[in-house]
Design a protein around this ligand. Structure first.
Ligand SMILES: [Zn+2]
Length: 435
């Protein structure tokens, strides 16, 4: 009887979970016909002129050259615009509002409640969407607990506007490795991570985070960067390889992926050995590790713009290494590109102000050696693959979500145009229209 009751109860819980499963903004039966002057399909690199995209409800129904609008359909005239799939930023921090200096960071954790930070987060996600980013992977809340799960829920329930979100909740790091630091040992201060030591604690933390709604697991694999005399960017690794392996194994066992903040030699090497799914930042990656990344299909999310954005402020505060890292990063990016590592677009926005569009990253990728099309692919098809959403987003294809953006001009010729998005549609709902 007891067993039966337990089973019945778990079925009941299941149905509750399903009833609360993410609901998109109700747009059922609404048909939008979007006339695009140019349509850019990142996966093939093809651009077509005068294309009609029909979106029924939240999905793309039809994509064809020319084409007549069906009776009763709302026609959106973008014949002087170029249409692209909705953009994807795979490294955001919606609950952080810029942290050039340690004081910027400490203030947010010490002086702002989680509730206030979540309110600011609602502004971040709205901005992300208006910049044309219809999907994001939010890579940890920086001390705001599980507020990213709540942002995602509020978006999916139609309470606030925002992109599709994959969330990492609390990142993990070891004792003594992550802010807040430098306070008296007699004062308890909050940390921007879940502090985890040893493979058993690590495994438990993965289970806990997944139970509270984490889609991804995020780890910090290194800290304290310095440049060796031979020019290699070195670090102090945080987790041992055994700890990282436990995290990756537990996450993968539960069909979740692991993103690793790894900026330098050992952090990257240990992460790659442990089999994480993406290397975040990767300012320096040894050639041997690039090779392993190709073999294992590990993505590289380079976040170039933020490095340059924070460098001056951090150098002024005494850490000159942030300025020196820029050149090392550029060389690593070129080697990764040449080695054939899969690269996904990610910015670390939140590490810089949400008033700046994440599309600032595109010209940096192009300056570092990508073609504009490769950079667009990084933010569409490649990013969708990293997120396991390749059947849902990343291209303008029948059956996928009606996520599209439009810009005036040709981003294949001038990538900076993506910083001014005139039209945004997410799941068949119009977010922004040309003035
Ligand atoms: Zn980050």
């Amino acid at each position: 009887m007891k067993t039966f009751f337990a089973v019945a109860l778990s079925f009941a819980l299941c149905s509750v979970v399903h009833a609360q499963a993410p609901q998109s903004t109700p747009v059922a039966a609404v048909i939008h016909v979007v006339r695009c002057g140019t349509l850019i399909q990142p996966e093939t690199g093809q651009t077509q002129q005068n294309v009609t995209v029909t979106v029924e409800g939240e999905r793309i129904k039809d994509v064809k050259a020319g084409g007549e609008a069906p009776a009763g359909a709302g026609v959106i005239d973008l014949s002087d615009h170029a249409c692209l799939p909705g953009l994807i930023d795979t490294h955001t921090h919606t609950l952080l509002q810029g942290d050039i200096t340690a004081a910027d960071y400490d203030d947010q954790l010490l002086k702002q409640s989680t509730a206030y930070r979540a309110i600011l987060g609602t502004r971040s996600v709205k901005r992300a969407l208006e910049y044309g980013f219809t999907t994001i992977r939010d890579l940890e809340t920086e001390g705001a607990g599980y507020a990213d799960v709540d942002l995602k829920k509020a978006i999916n329930n139609g309470i606030i506007p925002g992109p599709r979100m994959k969330v990492a909740t609390r990142a993990m790091d070891v004792t003594g490795a992550y802010p807040l630091q430098g306070y008296s040992w007699e004062i308890q201060v909050p940390h921007g991570v879940q502090v985890v030591d040893g493979p058993d604690e690590a495994r438990k933390a993965v289970r806990e985070e997944i139970s509270f709604g984490a889609d991804w697991i995020k780890v910090y694999s290194d800290r304290s960067y310095f440049i060796r005399p031979d020019g290699v960017l070195d670090d102090i690794p945080t987790f041992t390889v055994d700890e990282l392996r436990a995290i990756v194994d537990e996450a993968h066992r539960q069909h979740h992926k692991v993103a690793s903040h790894a900026m330098a030699l050992n952090g990257v090497h240990n992460s790659v050995e442990a089999g994480v799914d993406s290397i975040e930042h990767g300012n320096y990656i040894a050639d041997a590790d690039l090779k392993t990344m190709v073999q294992k299909g590990i993505f590289y999310v380079p976040t170039i713009f933020v490095g340059e954005y924070v460098a001056k402020g951090r150098a002024a505060a005494g850490a000159k290494v942030w300025e020196d890292m820029i050149q090392i990063h550029a060389e690593t990016f070129r080697r990764a590109l040449k080695a054939g590592v899969k690269i996904a677009f990610g910015t670390d926005i939140g590490g810089f102000d949400w008033g700046i569009t994440p599309a600032k990253e595109f010209p940096f990728m192009v300056n570092y050696g990508m073609t504009p099309l490769q950079a667009i692919r990084a933010a569409t098809t490649n990013a969708a693959e990293l997120l396991g959403m390749q059947n849902e987003v990343g291209s303008i294809t029948p059956g996928k979500y009606g996520d599209l953006v439009a810009v005036k001009g040709d981003p294949i010729r001038d990538i900076t145009i993506l910083q001014t998005v005139d039209f945004v549609m997410k799941g068949g709902a119009i977010v922004k229209s040309p003035r």
